[in-house]
Design a protein around this ligand. Sequence first.
Ligand SMILES: NC(=O)c1ccc[n+]([C@@H]2O[C@H](COP(=O)([O-])OP(=O)(O)OC[C@H]3O[C@@H](n4cnc5c(N)ncnc54)[C@H](OP(=O)(O)O)[C@@H]3O)[C@@H](O)[C@H]2O)c1
Length: 254
Amino acid sequence: MNVAIVTGASSGIGTAFAQRIDHRGDVDEIWLIARRKNRLEDLAASLIVPAYAISLDLTSQTDIDTFDALLKRKKPTVRYLVNAAGLGCIGSIDTLSNQSQSMMVDLNCRASIELTTLVRPYLSRGSRILEIVSCAAFTPLPYFGVYAATKAFMLSYTRSLRWELHGTGIRITAVCPAWVKTEFIEKAQSTDSSAIRHFPFAQRPDVIARRALSANTCHFAVACCSLTSFLLRIVGKFLPHCITMAGWEGIRRL
Ligand SMILES: NC(=O)c1ccc[n+]([C@@H]2O[C@H](COP(=O)([O-])OP(=O)(O)OC[C@H]3O[C@@H](n4cnc5c(N)ncnc54)[C@H](OP(=O)(O)O)[C@@H]3O)[C@@H](O)[C@H]2O)c1
């Protein structure tokens, strides 16, 4: 049984990936993971491929164990793993709670790594992993610092995993979009609405899903998905962080 597993499927980029994979029609089932079950059920009902709503809080070890047990019971052939569940909280060390900061690390890093590791035995030649990272991985971002650090961590992890998987026929890509029009921005601002006020050149999530899958087909290690993100990648690679952070500070204060 060929399966696609999409986390963060109740909203934004995860929903777009589930719809895109449904459109491709090359799996028997799509497993939709997030906490809001009603949203997942609505999405599952709208898809052509049989899809299942699996309500899990990926920051909970009990729920990760539940997912592990599901894999062991069903023994699927996983054709797609899309780790799109993620969270960003805007703010400084003085305004962000320990809980908000830990939640970003738990969801963006720990959960993605645990899921990727649990799914690994069920991947084979032709399987695809898409880790949804961010262009925030390319440079430190004051007032979005923990978020950017989690994404830098995931970019490093995805790149090294790609080397480890070399020769297995499993394609893995770090998807690094700039701003995307999803619930993410509103949630990010809920911790501090003044530190970052503008989100220019925001893209539609379906564009990200389409471009990311194409980049993965081409074996790209990183999918920028936009000119903005591509330029940030170049700037982050060649300029010292003090300069990129000064540039960010200027944009942030607009
Ligand atoms: N939007 C942007 O500007 C942007 C830019 C670059 C990268 N990204 C990255 O793209 C990914 C997807 O973000 P998005 O824009 O689609 O945001 P979104 O619309 O807010 O979606 C986030 C998804 O994560 C799920 N989620 C949150 N906490 C969870 C938890 N504890 N357990 C399980 N699922 C959880 C949410 O579902 P429930 O609330 O139902 O659990 C939701 O489906 C994130 O990793 C984000 O960092 C976003």
